[in-house]
Design a binder for this molecule. Structure first.
Ligand code: ADP
Ligand code: MG
Length: 346
C-alpha cells in the first residue's frame, strides 16, 4: 500500500483556518477596526457595500506600515504585537494572534494601501487566495486603508451561508457598536451603500466619563441620557467605570448590556449575574437593565486566549471580580434603594 498522508497546500490550510476568525462580514469589521485602534488611529472610517459582502473597507490615520511589513502582514502568525509567550500575558493591544489579515486574504480579494508618516510614498498591495498579485508604490495619506472585496468568492459554500443583507448589516452594526463604545476618544464613521449611517464625534481623553456618556447616547439612543447612573470604583486589584441604567431602563429583552475587560468586549454570564444580583428588588426578576461597564485589571489576571475571537475570557480569580462588580453596581444604585443593604468592602 502507498503512503497516503499529504500536506494541504497553504491556500487550503489558510481557508480552513480562516473559518475560525472570519465567519461573516461582521467578523472582518471587528478585526479591521481593532487593527486600526492598535495602530493608534484617531479617526477611523468603515465603509460597506451590500452589508460587506461586496466591499468592506476600513480607513485609518494610524501608524501605517513599511513596504516590507505591508507584505508580511498577510502571512499567518505575522504580528508586531507580541514577540514571545510571556508577552501574551501582558498584551495591551486588541490583536496579538497575527491571524486576521491572513484569514481575510484567504477568503476574499484584498487591497491594501498604507503609508507611514516618515515615508515619502506609500505601498499598494493586492492579494487574492493568500497570494500577492500586485504591488506598487502609491501616493496615499498617512495611515492604512484595507478593502476586502467579494468575501468568500473562493469558498462558495461559505458564501451561501451568509444571511440577508439586513441580517448581516445588523451583525456589522453590533460589532461596530462594541468596538466604538470602548474608544470614545476616537472618531468613527460608518457608511453603507454610500449613505453615512453613523458619525461618532470623539470625546476628550481628559473627561473620559463624559466622553463615554456621549458615545453611549450616540450609539444606543438619546433616551438613555437622563436614565443612567455613573459607576466607578477602584481597588488595587481592579477598577470599574461606566454607566448602569436606572431601574426604569429594564426591558423584557436582554438588549443593551455591554461588558468590557481591558477594553475588550466580552460575553460573561457570570458577570452579568453579578450585575443582575445588584438590581435585586429594584426590577422584576424577568427584566434586564442596560449597562455599559469597563473592568480594568492587570493583564496577567485574565486569559484572553481561550477563543480566536477573544470574546470569552478566563479570570485568574473569578470570585473577586464577581464581588467587586456586584458591590460597584449596588453602590451606584444606592440612591434608588429604599432600604439600602450595602456592603462596600471586598
Ligand atoms: P494582529 O493584529 O493579531 O497582530 P493581524 O493579522 O490583524 O494580526 O495584523 C498583522 C499585523 O499587521 C499587525 O500586527 C500590525 O503590525 C499590522 N497591521 C494590521 N493592520 C494595520 C493597520 N491598520 N495599521 C498599521 N498596521 C497594521
Ligand atoms: Mg489584528
Amino acid at each position: 500500500m502507498p503512503d497516503k498522508i499529504l500536506l494541504l497546500p497553504d491556500n487550503i490550510a489558510n481557508q480552513i483556518a480562516a473559518g475560525e476568525v472570519i465567519q461573516r462580514p461582521a467578523s472582518a469589521v471587528k478585526e479591521l477596526l481593532e487593527n486600526a485602534v492598535d495602530a493608534g488611529a484617531t479617526s477611523i472610517q468603515l465603509i460597506v457595500t451590500d452589508a460587506g459582502k461586496t466591499l468592506l473597507q476600513v480607513i485609518d490615520n494610524g501608524s501605517g506600515m513599511s513596504e516590507t511589513d505591508a507584505r508580511m502582514c498577510f502571512e499567518r502568525h505575522a504580528t508586531s504585537k507580541i514577540r514571545n509567550i510571556d508577552d501574551l500575558f501582558h498584551v495591551r493591544t486588541m490583536g496579538f494572534r497575527g491571524e486576521a489579515l491572513a484569514s481575510i486574504a484567504a477568503v476574499a480579494q484584498v487591497e491594501l494601501k498604507t503609508k507611514r508618516p516618515e515615508d515619502e510614498t506609500g505601498t499598494f498591495i493586492e492579494v487574492a487566495n493568500s497570494v500577492v498579485v500586485r504591488q506598487e508604490p502609491v501616493a496615499t495619506p498617512n495611515g492604512t486603508s484595507i478593502a476586502m472585496k467579494n468575501l468568500f468568492f473562493n469558498v462558495p459554500a461559505r458564501r451561501n451561508f451568509l444571511k440577508s443583507n439586513a441580517a448581516e448589516m445588523r451583525h456589522i452594526v453590533d460589532e461596530f457598536t462594541r468596538v466604538t463604545m470602548a474608544y470614545p476618544h476616537i472618531k468613527f464613521t460608518l457608511t453603507s451603500n454610500g449613505q453615512q449611517l453613523m458619525h461618532l464625534e470623539p470625546g476628550s481623553l481628559t473627561a473620559a466619563q463624559a466622553g463615554l456618556k456621549q458615545r453611549i447616547v450616540q450609539l444606543l439612543g438619546n433616551n438613555y441620557n437622563a436614565k443612567m447612573v455613573a459607576v466607578t470604583d477602584n481597588t488595587a486589584y481592579m477598577n470599574i467605570h461606566g454607566f448602569t441604567g436606572k431601574p426604569e431602563t429594564a426591558k423584557k429583552t436582554r438588549g443593551d448590556q455591554y461588558f468590557f475587560v481591558n477594553n475588550r468586549f466580552i460575553r460573561s454570564a457570570y458577570l452579568n449575574h453579578a450585575v443582575m444580583n445588584a438590581y435585586q428588588e429594584l426590577i422584576p426578576s424577568d427584566s434586564f437593565p442596560m449597562y455599559v461597564l469597563f473592568i480594568d485589571l492587570d493583564p496577567t489576571q485574565v486569559d484572553v486566549n481561550v477563543h480566536p475571537t477573544k470574546q470569552e475570557i478566563k479570570f485568574e480569580d473569578e470570585k473577586i471580580v464577581y464581588a467587586f462588580v456586584q458591590a460597584a453596581i449596588k453602590h451606584a444604585l444606592a440612591q434608588f434603594s429604599i432600604t439600602p443593604t450595602l456592603d462596600f468592602d471586598l
